[in-house]
Design a protein around this ligand. Structure first.
Ligand code: ATP
Ligand code: MG
Length: 572
């Protein structure tokens, strides 16, 4: 490709709304342009890098035995109702209406569609196992699209879905995808590490996320250097001890606490109730109904864990009025002691750390009063015990009791064991050898292709711009003649090298712009081509060209050796 033929609109400064380095570089290197928040056009060089990532993903999916399909981007809402996700995934679903006012869902993922295919076209154990994947545009109505391609409204995802006869067979499919992901990210030049993850609204039993360590990542990962335990903070647990049991009185005792509205206030004079002897009561509205979450006074509720407990992400903190209506008191005096609850139907989700706790203090559901001597298992009707608290750095590892650390990371891929959640709902059954029907056992596997591309930039750059790994570079080599006049010997050599490298299968761009050398070098560095070959008068006079690996030292090569030297670098 000739530079003047394509469009690489480099910018000296990034637009003000680009917050993180990789987003700035995508814009400055002329790879993408914003159409609207979270909606981007890929310009020619951006498309080339994207296709490289896609190609790696495709090769590894094929190698792992998955087969490619292509599913529609517009889906009827009925299939989302059938799976139950029309409600539970409501917050991310983009909906559009056609001219007959009929509603459609823009695909954020495709479990429903592929499960219906399996329901219709897979009938027998003889057809199994199967794994289908696609690489396609996905739409999500993200509350806060940001960081360029990292969290977009429209993005490209590879999604794969495995179908098996048994849990054991599904485990093999899961492992194959896990291994394929490890290879994919390594081939993209990315350092990633797998972590245990929440299964979210996709559901299922078990999942891992592939994380790229980065300060700008939206995820926090809890990890142990000693044993290798690693989990998303949304899911992580620690080996922190439960609340110590104590002797207590026969029943809760109400005492006045005028003006005390916080855990902290109650921990001070004259009450002096340590935060770790208090129960924090949080009230949420979950799909229009109140629900209570309890954690210890010194702990923080983890909302992702709470979402997993209630089975939906559609919840919000209750307002003061809603709390008053449900519990009869205002925030500051709330509690879940059964005898003080107006309604017995409000579910109570309690954190495991409170199990067995007694001599606790909590609100009395009477403004200005608390209860002491509370024994949680005696006095509170717990609907569900769950791990609900957020792990804190420095706590002991749940596996080996070494000290836990936390770091930020970007999630680029996610593998799930789904079990039979979708196959049961959508009637995807198969007949076993004995002719008995069973639901297919599923897994699903996503890679954010566009997010992965940006993660590569986030990890591979320097002050001058992007440093593409050869595997995903939009062009592997940039030839930069300093004089582009057609009759110039340097330009003629550039043309010859361009033709020879192209014939050898190398992706080359020839910078045929009539620009100052400084401008050309700066642009080549900014866009990040792995190898630059410059041809100027001075080196030509010595019978040489200059070869510069991006981020490495300049090498002088004899003209006759130039082709071989570049090929050797490309094949390295
Ligand atoms: P996140 O927690 O970042 O919202 P998710 O759990 O919703 O991700 P999945 O549903 O597992 O993501 O989707 C698979 C992959 O698609 C993710 O690992 C991520 O790489 C990518 N992805 C998800 N949402 C977006 C988005 N809004 N923009 C770009 N890529 C995304
Ligand atoms: Mg999401």
């Amino acid at each position: 490709m000739r530079w003047t033929q394509t469009l690489i609109p480099t910018l000296r400064e990034a637009p003000a709304d680009a917050e993180i380095l990789s987003h700035k570089l995508l814009l400055r290197a002329g790879l993408i342009r914003k159409l609207a928040g979270g909606v981007y056009t890929f310009l020619p060089v951006g498309v080339r890098a994207l296709r490289q990532v896609e190609q790696i993903v495709r090769e590894e999916m094929n190698r792992a035995g998955a087969v490619e399909v292509l599913m529609p981007a517009i889906q009827p809402p009925e299939i989302w109702q059938q799976s139950g996700r029309y409600e539970t995934a409501r917050d991310v679903l983009f909906k559009v209406k056609d001219s007959a006012a009929r509603e459609w869902v823009l695909s954020p993922t495709a479990e429903e569609v592929i499960t219906l295919i399996a329901a219709a076209d897979i009938n027998s154990y003889r057809q199994l196992p199967k794994n289908f994947y696609q690489i396609s545009v996905k739409f999500r109505d993200e509350i806060r699209p940001r960081f360029g391609l990292m969290r977009a409204r429209e993005f490209i995802m590879k999604d794969a879905y495995s179908f098996d006869t048994t849990d054991e067979a599904a485990q093999i499919a899961y492992q194959k995808m896990y291994d394929a992901y490890t290879r994919i990210f390594a081939r993209c030049g990315l350092k990633t590490f797998p972590v245990e993850a929440d299964t979210g609204v996709i559901g299922g039993k078990f999942s891992h996320e592939f994380m790229v360590p980065a300060e700008t990542g939206e995820n926090e990962v809890v990890y142990c250097e000693a044993c290798g335990y690693a989990a998303n903070l949304e899911k992580a647990t620690s080996g922190i001890p439960k609340t110590a049991a104590r002797e207590i009185g026969a029943s809760p005792e109400k005492f006045p606490t005028p003006g005390v509205l916080t855990i902290e206030a109650l921990s001070k004079e004259p009450y002096k109730v340590a935060a770790n002897r208090q129960i924090k009561t949080l009230v949420f509205i979950v799909q229009d109904k109140p629900a209570i979450a309890l954690v210890r006074g010194d702990d923080q509720l983890n909302e992702t864990k709470f979402a997993a407990a209630v089975g939906t992400t559609i919840f919000r903190a209750a307002t003061a009025d809603e709390i008053l209506a449900a519990l009869g008191a205002r925030p500051g005096s709330l509690g879940a002691v059964a005898a003080t609850l107006k309604s017995k139907d409000i579910p109570v989700y309690a954190d495991e750390r409170l199990r067995g706790a007694n001599d606790m203090t909590t609100g009395a559901n009477d403004d200005g009063f608390h209860l002491r001597n509370v024994s949680i298992e005696r006095d509170i009707t717990v609907t569900q015990w769950r791990d609900l608290r957020t792990v804190i750095v420095g706590e002991p590892c749940v596996k080996c009791s070494n000290t836990l650390k936390i770091r930020r990371a970007i999630e680029v891929g996610h593998v799930f064991k789904l079990g039979t959640k979708y196959s049961e709902k959508m009637g995807a059954l198969y007949l076993d050898e004995a002719g008995t029907r069973h639901p297919l056992v599923m897994g699903c596997y996503g890679i954010g292709v566009t997010r992965t591309l940006q993660a590569v930039i986030e990890q591979c750059n320097d002050k001058d711009g992007i440093i593409w790994p050869l595997s995903v570079a939009p062009y592997q080599v940039c030839i930069t003649p300093l004089n582009v006049a057609p009759d110039n010997a340097g330009m003629q050599l550039a043309e010859k090298l361009y033709a020879e490298l192209t014939a050898a299968g190398v992706e080359v761009i020839l910078d045929d712009r009539d620009e100052r050398p400084g401008v050309k070098f700066k642009d080549a560095d900014l866009v990040g081509f792995p190898i630059r070959v410059s041809i100027g008068e001075k080196s030509l006079a010595k019978g040489e060209v200059e070869i510069k690996p991006r981020g490495g030292a300049m090498l002088a090569a004899k003209i006759a050796d130039a082709l071989e030297r570049v090929l050797a670098l490309v094949r390295e």
